[in-house]
Write a new protein. Structure first.
Length: 503
């Protein structure tokens, strides 16, 4: 009897769902929506999606044009693959498109849509952006943390030197670069290192690393239940249940860090600074807001650097002549007597060109962050109704042969002329919701990459080129972790010796 009743309620639910989808599709039918491939009832185009999405969408844009639409279940999605479409999104439609979709991940890891990444456009978001730019990522604050970045880069150089002081040695770079960026971020936040040698508390570090592995697995996972209510209803693959558990662990860890700093206020970390703001404005700087700010720094500001650096080194070992030219520039401007410093980067145009070219070919966020329309708008002459998800395929624009000469090849020289005009390069997005971490990202990537080039010779592990296949994830990782051969240059011996003398 009970079974029959639940069967009937399931059937009624499904019928209502189909009717709802049918009606919502009907209500869009009189509009001039962007072109779309044939779709199936209920699931729309979900069955067509192939990873990596940016490549699949690039193919679709070649058949359908630079603005096309898809349905993920009943959700309308518009994909933009042209500079003019992008410009329209982030100029005249910037406010209408200044929301992000409310995915389940934002409910838990985004503190119920209250962090700067997840919160809707409005006063709360504006306040958080203000805190990010004035209190966390301001030039003064970044300068105050310079010694952390310098020290972590040095520790990476030492680790490589230990293996390669006399001859070429094979090194696995992915984990080292990821350790570098996590340590930089966590030292700024809480004064703690969780990766590499000489860890203060190895059990705590292990727990942190394990949690981060799981968090990033979830951040990068695709979840069809987002678009198919039936799957959400049955919590498909336990996605939500697991996310709740991960959120609880992450939340406890972040609160633990806050409590530690509340007990001992002697350190000058970001948590200490936020706690002093809490004293003067307790209503605004509540612990949840502080936890949200820290979690955004960890989620948005670690993997992105590490992935960019891994792509940059991979591209360099595949292009020895570019590496040689970069080393010559470094030797001419910085020399072999001292290590490169952040303030040298502005005088190293070729190094900057290599970084821009890496961002062009391998943007860490190939489709930016999904945006959501809060009202009807028009892009490229097409109607984009309210509540449409909008994706900008930056990866496709970065490789468009109409915009770039020889677009698939790594040629830093194309950036030697200076800044790029218009909407053809967008590793950090545009408009109100563009990345606030650009300054920090450029400092870390510039210093780390410059140091690796200055201090080591780099080669491939075999005659074969490094495989540049892209893997799955929210950011665009390499499918295969980078392994390369490196050998310390003379400057490393000098640096190690100098540091020993000063120790
Ligand atoms: C190589 C490094 C980085 C890259 C390539 C990158 C890229 C991006 C992109 C493409 C967006 C989305 C823009 C849009 O959808 O319009 C974004 C947003 C964001 N990024 Fe970054 N990012 C990097 C580093 C950082 C760092 C270091 C931080 C902070 C510590 C950070 C914090 C954020 C935040 C908070 C947002 C959301 C802004 C909002 O919604 O208002 N990012 N980033």
């Amino acid at each position: 009897m009970e079974l029959t009743l639940s069967y009937i309620s399931l059937s009624v639910f499904l019928l209502l769902l189909i009717a709802f989808i049918f009606l919502s599709q009907k209500s869009h039918s009189h509009r001039n929506l962007p072109p779309s491939p044939p779709s199936l009832p209920i699931i729309g185009h979900l069955h067509l999606l192939k990873q990596p999405l940016h490549r699949y969408f690039y193919k679709l844009s070649q058949a359908l044009g630079p603005i096309f639409s898809l349905r993920f279940g009943s959700q309308l999605v518009v994909v933009i693959s042209s500079p003019s479409g992008t410009e329209e999104c982030f100029t005249k439609n910037d406010i209408v498109l200044a929301n992000h979709p409310r995915f389940t991940i934002g409910k838990y890891l985004g503190y119920n849509y209250t962090t700067v990444v997840n919160s809707p456009y409005g006063d709360h978001w504006r306040n958080l952006r203000r805190i990010m730019s004035l209190e966390i990522l301001s030039t003064n604050r970044l300068n105050a943390f310079l010694s952390i970045r310098r020290d972590e880069v040095r520790q990476l150089l030492y680790r490589l030197y230990q293996k390669s002081s006399t001859d070429f040695a094979k090194v696995e770079m992915k984990s080292k670069l990821s350790g570098l960026t996590f340590n930089i971020t966590m030292r700024m936040i809480a004064g703690k290192r969780y990766y590499g040698n000489n860890l203060e508390n190895s059990a705590e570090a292990e727990e942190f690393r394990e949690l981060m592995r799981e968090v990033f697995l979830y951040v990068g996972a695709s979840n069809p239940a987002e678009f198919l209510p039936v799957l959400r209803w049955i919590d498909y693959k336990g996605f939500e249940k697991n996310l709740i558990k991960i959120h609880e662990r992450m939340d406890a860890l972040l609160q633990g860090l806050i409590e530690e700093h509340r007990r001992d206020r002697s350190k000058k970390t970001l948590i200490d600074h936020l706690l002093s703001l809490q004293e003067s404005q307790p209503d605004y700087y509540r612990d949840t807001i502080i936890r949200g700010l820290i979690s955004v720094m960890i989620l948005a500001g670690t993997d992105t650097f590490a992935i960019t650096l891994e792509w940059a080194v991979s591209l360099l070992v595949n292009h020895p002549q570019v590496l040689k030219k970069a080393r010559t520039e470094l030797d001419a401007h910085v020399g072999q007597d001292r290590l490169i410093e952040e303030q040298d980067i502005s005088k190293l145009p070729y190094l900057q060109a290599i970084i821009s070219e890496t961002f062009r070919l391998s943007p860490a966020a190939p489709m930016l962050i999904p945006h959501m329309s809060s009202d009807d708008c028009i892009i490229g002459g097409f109607d984009v109704p309210r509540d449409t998800i909008l994706l900008v395929n930056a990866w496709a624009i970065h490789r468009d042969p109409k915009l770039w000469d020889d677009p698939i090849n790594f040629k830093p020289e194309r950036f030697e002329g200076g800044e790029v005009e218009g909407y053809k390069l967008m590793p950090f997005g545009f408009g109100r919701r563009a990345c606030p971490g650009v300054g920090l990202a450029q400092r870390v990537v510039g210093l780390a990459l410059g140091s690796l080039i200055q201090c080591f010779e780099w080669e491939r592990v075999s005659e074969d080129l490094v495989d540049l296949t892209e893997g799955k994830g929210a950011t665009m990782p390499k499918a295969e972790p980078l392994e390369a051969m490196c050998k310390a240059r003379d400057i490393m011996k000098k640096v190690v010796l100098d540091d020993r003398n000063h120790a």
